[in-house]
Design a protein around this ligand. Structure first.
Ligand code: PMP
Length: 295
């Protein structure tokens, strides 16, 4: 894979398209030192970004929670995404947009630093899709999701990813693909970058997002499943219950629907419900209007 900073193409940075290699920040940037950066991971299917406005709204909501007033409103950033997709001639792609605190003052408090924004996108064909259908293996992380009083869980903020990176690195070292994180109470929460669902008979079960991100994909999966007559239960899930579930899968923008075949020694069937939802989500991602009509 080409290094992320050494590619051809265009990146939108603070209001204009700049050549890919020139989209740089200074080393004394607040966002780098203190994690004051919020971002979105998005996917374009056939040149159209799925849930574009929802991502734009979440980005600005995250910025607001982190006390950053973006000079660009959500529609302006939505247009920037479209501009980047067009300028780079992308069809199936991954999109990153971010808002961060700049470099005028380097101190924990830097309320008057300039707020910056950028949008980058690159081809993502989904060629790795077979792994999502074969099922991945997760360990259970040593690090836990903090309580909502200790971290603003509704903000998709870079700072919150520190424990995700630590946990996922450890999982990979142990030969796993990803990691299942518990929350501070010891309840099942989510993976390092995606929400988790379980199948129990004819029912989907997913943890209550009271201290972790309530993903846009998670909500789409709930709607898709309910439309097809599945019962979806949001409830407390304890790790001791894992052995009782038939199937398990992750849901997220990048993960889409990724089937899970093992969590820390407990096996799950690569079964009909997860497989059907993976197909349903793939169809929805390319034709989201159909879901709206059917609802
Ligand atoms: N949890 C975490 C920690 C994530 O990084 C993501 C990916 N953004 C998700 C859940 C899923 O969110 P979404 O479906 O909005 O991509």
């Amino acid at each position: 894979m080409l290094p992320m900073d050494d590619r051809d193409g265009w990146i939108w940075l603070d209001g204009e398209l700049v050549p890919w290699r020139e989209a740089k920040v200074h080393v004394l940037t607040h966002g780098l030192h203190y994690g004051s950066c919020v971002f979105e991971g998005e996917r374009a299917y056939g040149g159209r970004v799925l849930a574009l406005e929802e991502h734009g709204r979440r980005l600005l909501r995250s910025a607001e929670i982190m006390d950053m007033a973006s000079p660009w409103d959500a529609p302006a950033l939505d247009r920037a995404v479209e501009q980047v997709i067009a300028a780079n001639g992308l069809a199936d792609a991954y999109v990153r947009r971010l808002v961060w605190r700049g470099s005028e003052v380097l101190a924990v408090a830097a309320p008057r630093n300039r707020i910056h924004a950028a949008v980058a996108a690159w081809t993502w064909t989904g060629a790795e899709g077979h792994r999502k259908r074969e099922g991945i293996r997760l360990n259970v992380a040593r690090w836990r999701r903090p309580p909502p009083e200790c971290m603003p869980h509704e903000a998709k903020v870079s700072a919150a990813y520190a424990i995700g990176t630590l946990s996922r690195h450890e999982a990979i070292r142990q030969g796993f693909d990803d990691t299942l994180m518990l929350d501070w109470r010891g309840r099942v929460s989510e993976a390092s970058g995606a929400n988790v669902f379980f199948v129990e008979g004819e029912r989907l079960v997913t943890p209550v997002p009271d201290c972790f991100l309530d993903g846009i994909t998670r909500r789409s999966i709930i709607r898709l499943a309910q439309q097809r007559g599945f019962e979806v239960v949001e409830r407390v899930v304890m790790p001791e219950e894992l052995a009782g579930f038939d199937e398990a899968f992750l849901a997220g923008t990048a993960a889409e629907v990724t089937l899970i075949r093992e969590i820390d020694g407990r096996s799950f069937r690569i079964g009909p419900v997860g497989g059907w939802l993976a197909d349903a989500y793939a169809a929805y991602a390319r034709r989201p209007g159909e879901l709206a009509k059917a609802a």
